[in-house]
Design a protein around this ligand. Structure first.
Ligand SMILES: C[S@@+](CC[C@H](N)C(=O)[O-])C[C@H]1O[C@@H](n2cnc3c(N)ncnc32)[C@H](O)[C@@H]1O
Length: 318
């Protein structure tokens, strides 16, 4: 491993996955948190999704970062200790590193192997950068693996992953980021915007079926890691825009009536019954800024693409 990467394993526990999956499958509306999508195969499938013609968010956000990186650096400030939450392939931060010139980069991700590979590649491309990679579940509190040592703190949370939280949970999560960066600390965050439902529908129902494969991979992972016996052929991907809630919902729908065993327990499905696997809330700029204010952040600046598909906000805490 590249010596310029320090790796910290907070060990997001398999026991938690077992408990959370059993709890979720026991609800009237069965649900499994989206963080469990990301085993090694899930992380690779997500990367494939980002390259699909229908999936506008990644290339649009990258376009915004490329176009406005220098302005972002002015508002965020250079030389910070920069924490990226859900860093995945650490692709987007590459657009900003030259402008932001962080003193230290701390990628945080739940997908251990993928994180190690990505952090190592990044450190090789930016040899002067100090990288401290932390495998952790950001949905539960965790401490920074390094001391700020006088550097300002900034967080980067791209990919509209904030949209995976229900609004009340999103507010709590933003509050926790506020605690992490402290008074005056900055958050640069990508947020997908409300738009016509056809564009949204296409983005989560690609013609090649990669999103369906990504969704179904969750069952494959449960079979492997939690002694499950899901028959993947009897489940299908379903994603739709719920306009009342302003969110895309992803589900896995049982085609038949059946009982599935997971971790020694039986879970009955009616034909057509679903597991809700992900929500992706879509915000207006004003709606998101109002949510951020409730969490103690003030809006410093917001950038969008010309088609107003996606937004990147810089927020200041306290
Ligand atoms: C939708 S992908 C976004 C990846 C990348 N940030 C981007 O914008 O393209 C979500 C990333 O967050 C990670 N992730 C999801 N839930 C997480 C959690 N609770 N804690 C830490 N990482 C998480 C996944 O492993 C994945 O790399």
């Amino acid at each position: 491993m590249n010596p310029s990467v320090c790796f910290y394993d907070y060990q997001p526990a398999p026991a938690d996955m077992r408990a959370e999956v059993i709890h979720g499958l026991s609800q009237d509306q069965k649900r499994i948190p989206p963080k469990f999508f990301y085993d090694r195969r899930g992380s690779r499938l997500f990367d494939a999704i980002t390259e699909l013609p229908e999936y506008y968010p990644t290339r649009t956000e990258i376009g915004i970062l490329h176009s406005h990186g220098a302005e972002m650096a002015e508002v965020v400030g250079r030389g910070a200790l920069l924490v990226e939450l859900g860093s995945g392939s650490s692709l987007k931060i590459r657009c900003l590193l030259e402008a932001l010139e962080p003193a230290v980069y701390v990628p945080v991700d739940i997908s251990r192997d993928h994180l190690m590979e990505s952090a190592t590649k990044l450190a090789a491309s930016f040899p002067g950068l100090e990288v401290h990679a932390a495998c952790a579940d950001y949905s539960v509190p965790f401490g920074l693996p390094v001391e700020p040592n006088g550097h300002d703190l900034a967080a980067f949370f791209p990919g509209s992953s904030i949209g995976n939280f229900d609004p009340a949970d999103a507010r709590h999560f933003l509050e926790r980021i506020g605690t992490l960066v402290g008074p005056g600390g900055k958050l640069l965050i990508g947020v997908d915007l409300v738009k016509d439902s056809r564009t949204l529908h296409a983005a989560y129902n690609d013609a090649q079926g990669v999103t369906a494969d990504f969704n179904l991979n969750l069952l494959r992972r449960i079979n492997r890691e939690l002694e499950g016996d899901f028959d993947l052929a009897t489940f299908e991907h379903n994603a739709f825009f719920n306009a009342d809630e302003s969110r895309i919902e992803m589900h896995l729908v049982s085609r038949i009536e059946q009982t599935v065993r997971v971790a020694g327990r039986g879970f009955a499905f009616r034909a057509g019954e679903s597991i809700h696997t992900e929500s992706s809330y879509k915000y207006t700029i004003e709606g998101f800024q109002a949510l951020a204010r409730q969490a103690g952040f003030e809006a410093a600046r917001c950038w969008t693409d010309t088609k107003q598909l996606f937004s990147v906000h810089c927020l200041r805490f306290g």
